[in-house]
Design a protein around this ligand. Structure first.
Ligand code: NAD
Length: 247
């Protein structure tokens, strides 16, 4: 197997599906991890009907064992793994004063425990092979508290940026890099589904670029950070938000 190999979590739809497609177009073999296995299978088959260069696997990112099983399944199939993109995420907007313990734990689990477990399992594997790339998909909400996302989500994404730096430092001497990408609001189904049209228009009006971000561009950034040449980018948080962070 000479192609590089990547695992993208949350790849059944949205940004993860776009990232998976971009890696595939760049010549990678792509494993698509998601709890929505049927939808992930559809995306994988669109990339590689026979499964030779893309396949879906059931992965719940809140489970460390699932990351271990995913790593083993990928190595068994393709004999190697070069990069992990921790993309899976979810939120439900609840006013900060009303967030229950259960809601808080759920959102922290999917958006933050996932990064901890992914970086632990794949970081160790990459350190052993003295090479590897981890890209964590954070969010502008993790830097500015967010407005249409939920405080628990914003706190989790801020934590993901912090974990990125901690793992980057821990793994740097082993030839492994860990970086975050922090997107602003993207032109993706979840944004249109979850943000009321009036509120979305106000969000867009506040973006200096004057429009939502393209998922393709985030995916290109992930491919760049995952490349072998990107050894000097480490512990970084790449802000891609149309200038919204300046507001
Ligand atoms: N959409 C945006 O504007 C935006 C902006 C900034 C950051 N992000 C981040 O980008 C990432 C992708 O977001 P999206 O907009 O594509 O969301 P989405 O809801 O469309 O897709 C999320 C995917 O993650 C999967 N998923 C959810 N829980 C999971 C779990 N426990 N284990 C495995 N997979 C799980 C879902 O099945 C789905 O396929 C998230 O981390 C999100 O926080 C999105």
């Amino acid at each position: 197997m000479s192609s590089r190999v990547v695992l993208v979590t949350g790849a059944a739809r949205g940004l993860g599906a776009v990232i998976a497609a971009r890696f595939h177009a760049a010549g990678y073999c792509v494993a698509l991890g998601d709890i929505a296995i049927e939808a992930a299978n559809v995306v994988a088959r669109e990339l590689s009907a026979a499964g030779s260069s893309a396949f879906a696997l059931k992965l719940d990112v809140t489970s460390k064992q699932d990351f271990v099983d995913a790593r083993d399944a990928i190595v068994a199939r393709w004999g190697r793994i070069d990069a992990l993109v921790n993309n899976a995420g979810a939120s439900k907007v609840v006013p900060v004063m009303d967030i229950t313990a259960e809601q808080f734990d759920q959102v922290i689990d999917v958006n933050l425990r996932s990064v901890l477990f992914g970086c632990q399992v794949f970081g160790r594997h990459f350190a052993n092979q003295r090479e590897g790339r981890i890209v964590n998909i954070a969010s502008l909400a993790g830097q500015n508290g967010g407005s249409a996302t939920g405080a628990h989500y914003a706190a989790a994404k801020g934590g993901a940026i912090t974990l990125t730096k901690v793992f980057a430092r821990d793994l740097a001497a082993s030839g492994v890099t860990v970086n975050a990408i922090s997107p602003g609001p993207l032109d993706l189904p979840i944004v249109h589904e979850s943000v009321p049209a009036e509120k979305l228009a106000a969000v867009i009006a506040n973006i200096p670029a004057g429009r939502l971000g393209a998922a393709d561009y985030i995916a290109d950034a992930a491919v760049l950070l995952a490349s072998g040449n990107a050894y000097f980018a480490n512990g970084a948080c790449w802000d891609i938000n149309g200038g919204l962070y300046m507001r």
